[in-house]
Design a protein around this ligand. Structure first.
Ligand SMILES: NC(=O)c1ccc[n+]([C@@H]2O[C@H](COP(=O)([O-])OP(=O)(O)OC[C@H]3O[C@@H](n4cnc5c(N)ncnc54)[C@H](OP(=O)(O)O)[C@@H]3O)[C@@H](O)[C@H]2O)c1
Length: 274
């Protein structure tokens, strides 16, 4: 992927995730002239970005040449209505990369009948700050060069991992796709617990937020030290942290609760598949 790249990239849907990817690609040096964006109600920042870079935004459908790479970043429920327009641009040579939660390769193929090479991805919202992680599943029609291209495109917003079978994408969705919301909720719960101990709400939130921000960064900077080891490092036997962890790690603690929550996300991803 470079300024000399002659491929045509079509981004369908440039909302939160699509726009974050676009910014990453521009940072990586993808030529604006290689990109076409389709989004029926483009945001002001997107319009401004397209104007200043010369990216083609919503050109007349008849003028759009077939895509070498089509990235689907629309909401899953929009696929059926967007399908007919996109099907003309997704031809036999097109690599289709979908980030739509839940939508199966078969469901995508049904809407884009000429395309055969399909990659399903699950990014997550830290993509907005270049610190996401994306799980990718490639169907059998995707060749090595196309896999490498998809990896490079998704690396613009963070780390990339491949999974071997499609059902694992639903597991990726449940763990890392939805995961940031679990962490944000943990901040809320930790702050709430502080309020119950008599702290002012703002102070409790400041403490909880900084704790999760700092712990995430420490985890990041400590790699490859395991999260469990970092936990052990801050847990003195008989101390305050150990007292809390006895609750969190008990039979009714966080592990079984997280398993139920992640299972619920997984089940929901499967329901959305068709
Ligand atoms: N946000 C996340 O953390 C996250 C994580 C993993 C996966 N995803 C997946 O990423 C996809 C996009 O999520 P998002 O949060 O970026 O949603 P979003 O902000 O709503 O973006 C979707 C964009 O697609 C546009 N759109 C609607 N119909 C279209 C059409 N026919 N052709 C082209 N564009 C169309 C929407 O326009 P309007 O606003 O006018 O409808 C909107 O700008 C979803 O499928 C989601 O499952 C998101």
């Amino acid at each position: 992927m470079s300024a000399a790249d002659a491929n045509h990239y079509v981004l369908a849907g440039a909302g939160k995730m699509g726009f974050a990817m676009l910014e990453g690609w521009l940072r990586q040096g993808l030529a604006p002239g290689a990109i076409t964006i389709l989004d029926p109600q483009p945001s002001k920042p997107l319009q401004a970005r397209c104007q200043e870079t010369g990216i083609s935004l919503n050109p007349p459908p008849a003028t759009i040449r077939p895509a070498d790479v089509m990235i689907l970043a629309i909401k899953p429920q929009m696929l059926a209505s967007a399908g007919p327009d996109l099907a003309r641009i997704a031809q036999a040579q097109t690599l289709v990369i979908s980030i739509m939660a839940g939508k199966s390769v078969d469901a995508i193929a049904a809407q884009l009948p000429h395309a055969t090479a399909i990659i399903r991805c699950m990014p997550n919202t830290p993509a907005a700050v270049g610190r996401g992680i994306t799980g990718l599943y490639a169907n059998a029609a995707v060749n090595a060069a196309q896999k490498a291209r998809a990896q490079s495109l998704m690396a613009a917003i963070g780390k990339v991992v491949f999974v071997d079978n499609e059902s694992q994408i639903d597991a990726v969705t449940a763990v890392s796709g939805s995961g940031p919301a679990y962490v944000f909720y943990m901040v809320e719960c930790l702050a709430n617990a502080g309020v119950h101990l008599g702290l002012a709400p703002e102070l409790a939130m400041q403490l909880a937020r900084a704790t999760v921000e700092g712990s995430g960064e420490l985890l990041h900077q400590s790699a490859p030290v395991a999260a469990g080891q970092l936990r052990i490092n801050v847990t003195s036997p008989g101390g305050t942290t150990a007292a809390a962890l006895a609750v969190l790690m008990g039979a009714q603690g966080l592990d079984p609760l997280m398993q139920s929550a992640v299972q619920a996300a997984y089940d929901r991803a499967r329901q959305l598949a068709d």
